[in-house]
Design a protein around this ligand. Structure first.
Ligand code: NAD
Ligand code: WQD
Length: 336
């Protein structure tokens, strides 16, 4: 059996990836310091799949933690998801983001190099693009000056990985640029579980639906978009997980690969709110609020390259995403 080490595997996206890894016959070894997640997510993964996840509660910045993981397990490749991801927090605490995301990735890469495990999938983000330019983004679109320290960590890590491959082309490195992941596993057992006030749109909507927040503040109603609200490319987290499984096949080749993972279907904030209402037969209170600093008006993915080279395509609709997000939130009003 091929074992995949998933850093950050107890998190929102990581837990969904573990489900797909186990369902597809891979071994899932999770390393997570639980700074933004719960061990319960992994118990739920085991409940869904009927298979075991091997868990190491450890920080990727801890060099010694990798000694045990790499000596006790035969690791085929790494899916590297561990990192801090709150854009606003990163503006206030840039050093914490550089230390955790960039510093942690360096420690991980050194451990992988030492053990000659030279296969990695990296959780990158659409935030690496110049988001004030083209609206439909291809992998070859201009990369930008990220608007936040968080985004900068993703750009720097992509550059580091590019340099590592140039220095030693035995590596197989796949950088996956996610657009806006939402939704949850259809069981409702795992899902997104933000601490405090949600920063992102979908968890905010589900918290309004469950009665925890009064209304959604729609950040800006005067953008140059059809209904005046910002437009993004929302992708179901299970489609994203499937993209990782397809990307693992690239581990059989050496190379540096980059793919967008999105649906290619642009949706405005108001369209998402109305899709949520339709999918769940609920009413969501909302009000137009001032713009949020740093938001681009509109961008979405061209994901043709992942289709052509990985045979991957997102299959789930915005209604599926809204239904599954609500299924998770309504069954787990207080998270894990
Ligand atoms: P998440 O916070 O739910 O998951 C990240 C996990 O990493 C958490 O379980 C956290 O405890 C763990 N972690 C953080 N620092 C760590 C460290 N030093 N050592 C060990 N574990 C650590 O976030 P997510 O939404 O599941 O995102 C996963 C990855 O995908 C992140 O790298 C994120 O930047 C990237 N990404 C997320 C989105 C998104 O919208 N959710 C979009 C693009 C990219
Ligand atoms: C979506 C839209 C908001 C909350 C972020 C990161 C990005 C990537 C994905 C990691 C925007 C609007 C939101 C609310 C609102 N993450 N909104 N009211 O900003 O597109 O992307 O997550 O790499 O780097 O920046 O996602 O969900 O925060 O916002 O009106 O309460 O919803 O203005 O237009 P975003 P989001």
């Amino acid at each position: 059996m091929k074992n995949i080490l998933v850093t950050g595997g107890a998190g929102y996206i990581g837990s969904h990836i573990c489900v797909e890894l186990l369902n597809q016959g891979y071994g899932a070894i999770v390393m997570d310091n639980l700074c933004n997640s719960s061990k319960k997510a992994l118990a739920r993964v085991e409940e869904i799949t009927g298979k075991r996840v091997k868990f190491y509660e450890a920080d990727i910045r801890e060099k010694s933690a990798f000694d045990e993981i790499f000596t006790s397990n035969d690791i085929y490749g790494v899916i590297h998801m561990a990192g801090l991801k709150a854009v606003g927090e990163s503006v206030k605490e840039p050093l914490a983001y550089f230390d955790n995301n960039i510093g942690g990735t360096i420690v991980l890469l050194e451990a992988m190099k030492k053990r000659r495990v030279k296969r990695m999938i990296f959780s990158s983000s659409a935030t690496v693009y110049d988001l004030g330019g083209e609206e439909c983004l291809k992998e070859t679109s201009p990369l930008g000056n990220s608007t936040s320290p968080y985004g900068r960590t993703k750009s720097v890590i992509e550059q580091m990985l590019t340099d590592i491959y140039a220095s030693d082309n035995v590596w197989s490195i796949v950088m996956l640029r996610y657009f806006n992941p939402i939704g949850a596993h259809k069981s409702g057992l795992i899902g997104e579980n933000p601490k405090g006030i949600p920063n992102n749109l979908m968890p905010y909507i589900t918290q309004v639906a469950v009665g925890k927040r009064e209304r959604v503040n729609v950040f800006g109603g005067d953008y140059n978009t059809p209904d005046g609200t910002c437009v993004r490319d929302y992708i179901h987290v299970m489609d994203l997980a499937d993209g990782h499984i397809k990307a693992i096949r690239k581990f059989e080749e050496t190379g540096l690969f980059v793919y967008n993972l999105g649906t290619g279907c642009p949706q405005s904030v108001l369209e998402v709110i109305h899709a949520f209402e339709r999918a769940n037969d609920l009413q969501i209170q909302y009000a137009i609020a001032p713009r949020r600093a740093g938001d681009a008006a509109k961008y979405y993915a061209n994901a043709d390259k992942a289709g052509e080279e990985l045979g991957w395509k997102a299959t789930r609709s915005i209604e599926d995403m809204c239904r599954d997000s609500w299924n998770w939130q309504s069954k787990n009003p207080d998270g894990y």
